[in-house]
Design a protein around this ligand. Sequence first.
Ligand SMILES: [Zn+2]
Length: 306
Amino acid sequence: MIDAHCDLLYQLWLHNYDVNFSDNLQFDLTKWRNSPVKIQAFSTFVPDNVPANQQFNVALKMVEIFYEKIIYPNPDIIPIQSKSDIENLEENQLGAILTLEGCHPIGNDINKLIRLIDEGVRIVGLTWNNSNAVADSITSHNNKGVSRFGEDVIQLLNEEMIWTDVSHLSVQGFYDVIEQADHVIASHSNAAHICPHPRNLTDHQIKSIIDRDGLIGVTFVPEFTKEADIVTIPDLIRHIDYFIEMGASDQLCFGSDFDGITNTIVGLENVLGFHRIKSYLTEHYSKSIVEKITRQNFINKFPRIK
Ligand SMILES: [Zn+2]
């Protein structure tokens, strides 16, 4: 299986947790190795309370944590920077993808984004919940779209064959990305028709992602899954059913948001929950759909070939 979003790097930057095993982490290396997840995306997420002039350094610090705590000490964990890296993964190896959640750490300096791409970032979220020089977020009252600088950012991502991530983005920003980006992903968003949360995708947005042959990462955030105190795996499956009904079976993957969430879906308390997702899918869907959702869609659409 492949998971397009988690916030382990943020937790490791905040706390002195043991990356190998910690009860405080929803994702650690022991749980990962015991889960069905073969490839995991790790997001560089700089909280917006970090002063603007320090945000880029914090992003670089998280990149350092990625290499020093996950990649270098573990020869079986391979950094994934292209589709061929995935195809070359051996049976006993795991893949790790570096991503950026929100462009606020780059300010209005395209060179900072170039640096992060050089470091291996392959999915770039234009915003988190705070608006920035690239675009407004979904929580902004203005709903401004992609700025002039943001257009340069998307152009660079297109040239570099990097995904533009629309999760957290304003509605206008979303449609600007649909128009401008070659490789679109909503790395952790569910269906608004099933759970009307602003972070979720409307039917029209889902159709737009299908038209652009983009990706949608079904996410385990309970608040995006059902308006209820207790949210269960069948509640999450309703989103998958709905996406498939909408014709998005070639778009689906997962973006758990582990270590970015406090509340969890029952049975999905940590990365080991992917076992339950996998057996649920295997029981209820055809082999080809399961194969697409759990890995093949993500691999097929990985923009950078080599
Ligand atoms: Zn997020």
